[in-house]
Design a protein around this ligand. Sequence first.
Ligand code: KG4
Ligand code: ZN
Length: 340
Amino acid sequence: MKKELYIMGVETSCDETAVAIIKNGRHIVSNIVASQIESHKRFGGVVPEIASRHHVEQVTIVFEEAMREAGISYADLDAIAVTAGPGLVGALLIGVNAAKAIAFAHEIPLVGVHHIAGHIYANRFVKEMEFPLLALVVSGGHTELIFMKEHGYFEVIGETRDDAAGEAYDKVARTLNLPYPGGPHIDKLAHEGTPTIKLPRAWLEQGSYDFSFSGLKSAVINTLHNAEQRGEKINPKDLAASFQESVIDVLVGKTVAAAKEYNVKQVLLAGGVAANKGLRAALTEAFSELSEVELIIPPLSLCTDNAAMIAAAGTVLFEKGQRANFALNANPGLDITIHN
Ligand code: KG4
Ligand code: ZN
């Protein structure tokens, strides 16, 4: 009888080529991430064509490294879980086809995973999930509040109507001439400044869990331009602090309200912006006053794109009997509720 369950994860949806192997759903055996950030920096954002080329160059090396580090053979793998979407189609295709080739050659079951499901399941390396739970997903492409009543069930109760939180960070950073990706730079500046500049908070209609960050982004840009026209100088640290406070106020406010309304046992933070120090601190403080809800925050290394999280989500889908066939395709607009 086989005791251990080994799942390989493959992630190539944006600018990281990543392969990981995890054991029994919650233990990382190997986790290799080849980042392309340096190649995209000079363009101020991810260039899809460059991303695809890098994935092609890196993918075989990353597979080999993940296998070598894990010290297992392909025969030991129970399944391969791969990000099928959303993301850049050319980038996704590299991972999907590489995973299909390995699955075919070694006769290993294949599971398609939603990228955001992966971000949420990064939390399972910290603590076992308890349902019902609420996930606050904040990444470069997504800002969502997702309700989960069980493994593999995702209900989007709120989402952004325009820019994602990470996108707003990156755009504001670009206005301040900070390098890509801008999120970590704004985070750092914000801690050196004081939130003295008045900026809007988009609460939207009463009771809505949707978000909107484009008004805030425009307000930051206008503040800078107006000051420039008047020949005044705005302290970038104070502007970063004011912007960050506005983003965090809304994210935390809506998450606390939804956690109460949906009576959840846990709140999980997920996505690249989960690395934000200010957001981590504000959520920790808010939930320390709500003792019936347990807040889980992944370690920094598991907040940004990686394949261990894809393997973690893939494990529960595999255990639920989900299988992809060789017709599995990259789907840049994949809907998370298809996992239900
Ligand atoms: O989840 P992720 O790695 O990729 C997507 O799936 O989009 O998220 C990347 C995003 C970028 O917008 C980046 O600026 C943002 O996460 N980010 C941060 C921080 N670290 C990364 N945003 C704010 N504060 C941070 N410390
Ligand atoms: Zn991501």
